[in-house]
Design a protein around this ligand. Structure first.
Ligand SMILES: O=P(O)(O)OC[C@H]1O[C@H](O)[C@H](O)[C@@H](O)[C@@H]1O
Length: 450
């Protein structure tokens, strides 16, 4: 077991020729140079590259202090944000904490329950969450880089009202923490007016690359995780990403191999994990790669599955459906705990052949068997191995993926750091809602909806 997150494409070698790797390694090198020299498209959004070593230490200390206060005075923390403004925090908290974090008795958890909202427009969801918070003490971390996104703004308005009713305006203001732009946007303006504590999303860090800023760090710290270790892991991966040659550079290799596979018609990448607590790593990764690469009629469609659960639903398609995909397994090498299967005197369930075996051996056997089966079914299999689920390795994983995404998007020839396509639905929604300035579109859209 290595003491770092590692990438391995040996099982996919049957699909890939050496000369393809050689050619693609050159493109990966060019892409990496363009990132480091800041000559690529979107080069004003490269702040994430140095973030693990070059972050605002004063703010970092303030994040820890705010987290301590929230832990002391709140039974519940509401994380309000969408896309890059919540997926990283949720991915990290689920990766690091107990599978049943929110359901644990308070004495066992010692930190607030954490719920996410503002990532949909469902009144049922918000109503149920209001009921769940009930009369309990709570705080809000409102996160929006632009400070203008509709979904979190709506949820914030609703919960701000609840908070002010419970504590009065002045005390409520002390329970609202806003993570947003340093100067622009409605949220920054509101926070300044109302005196909320604010944290900054740096100008040169886009939402989907912001997990290692206050966007991710404050909620992660509230969950009791060690954010110093998270940054240390990211810094360690950064060293390798920036300095290692292709042969020793996991991010470059991953970027290169996925582009080789794309050029062979594999236009879907499925990230698969055998730990349910990695489900949101998959969600975070989907936004990272989907928004970065899916443009100009190009890109690899990112999908994710949690196994073995989805082997009983999506497994058929992956094994035997349209041959359009490759798979990247996130393999956690050492589980949090061992459970041994005991022998039973009468082998009614037929499981005695597993007696004395550890459950993780069963899980890994399922994983290895699946990798071979999918490979036989023409699904190239790649793997990231994660030694165990702790803050340091998570920092490595986040950074390696971010760097790989920058390299991969540049190989693809797109600007990995913009997301023009996201605006289309917003314009239509605003027109249908009657937002001032969208009047011209409204009648036209209503006609089409008839
Ligand atoms: O943080 P915000 O400005 O509220 O943005 C939240 C999310 O929504 C936008 O529409 C973008 O497509 C995402 O990249 C972003 O992460």
């Amino acid at each position: 077991m290595a003491n770092k997150v590692t990438f391995d494409y040996s099982k996919a070698k049957v699909f890939i020729r050496e000369n393809e790797v050689k050619l693609m390694s050159k493109l990966a090198q060019d892409a990496k140079d363009a990132l480091i020299n800041k000559t690529c498209a979107g080069n004003d959004f490269l702040g994430w590259i140095d973030l693990p070593v070059n972050y605002d230490k004063e703010e970092f200390a303030r994040i820890k202090k705010a987290a301590e206060k929230i832990k002391e005075d709140s039974e519940v923390l509401l994380v309000i944000g969408i896309g890059g403004s919540y997926l990283g925090a949720r991915a990290a908290i689920e990766f690091l904490q107990n599978n049943f974090y929110n359901m644990l008795p308070k004495e066992a958890r010692k930190t607030p329950e954490i719920y996410y909202c503002g990532n949909n427009l469902s009144s049922s969801y918000l109503y149920d969450l209001m009921g769940l918070v009930g009369d309990r003490d709570f705080s809000i971390n409102m996160i929006s880089k632009s400070g203008t996104t509709t979904e979190p703004a709506v949820a914030f308005r609703v919960f701000k009202e609840k908070l002010e009713k419970k504590y009065g305006k002045e005390e409520a203001a002390k329970r609202i923490y806003c993570t947003t732009d340093k100067a622009k946007g409605a949220l920054k303006h509101l926070a300044d007016e109302e005196g909320y504590e604010t944290f900054v999303v740096p100008d040169d860090v886009g939402g989907r690359f912001s997990v290692l800023t206050a966007v991710g760090l404050l909620p992660i710290a509230v969950s009791g995780a060690d954010i110093d270790q998270l940054m240390a892991g990211a810094a360690s991966a950064r060293e390798r990403c920036l300095n290692n040659a292709f042969e020793e550079n996991d991010a470059m290799q991953y970027a290169a191999i996925r582009n080789i596979l794309l050029r062979k018609g594999k236009s879907v990448e499925i990230t698969a994990s055998y730990e349910p607590s990695l489900q949101y790593i998959g969600e975070w990764w989907k936004q990272l790669f989907g928004e970065s690469e899916g443009k100009d009629q190009r890109g690899i469609f990112p999908a994710s599955v949690t196994l073995t659960a989805d082997l009983h639903s999506m497994g058929q398609f992956i094994q035997d459906g349209s041959r359009i995909m490759f798979e990247t397994v996130l393999n956690v090498e050492k589980p949090k705990a061992q459970i041994t299967i005991n022998e039973e005197p009468v082998d009614l369930d037929g499981l005695n052949y597993l007696a004395g075996k550890d459950m993780d051996f069963i899980n890994k056997s399922a994983m290895n068997g699946t990798i071979l089966a999918h490979t036989d079914g023409d699904v190239p299999n790649l793997m990231f191995s994660i030694p165990e689920q702790n803050e340091f390795y998570l920092g490595e994983l986040f950074y390696t993926y971010e760097f790989a995404c920058g390299v991969s998007g540049n190989i693809l020839g797109v600007n990995p750091f913009d997301q023009p396509g996201v605006e289309s639905y917003k314009k239509n929604m605003f027109a249908l809602l009657g937002k001032p300035g969208y009047e011209a579109m409204t009648a036209q859209l209503l006609e089409r909806l008839k």
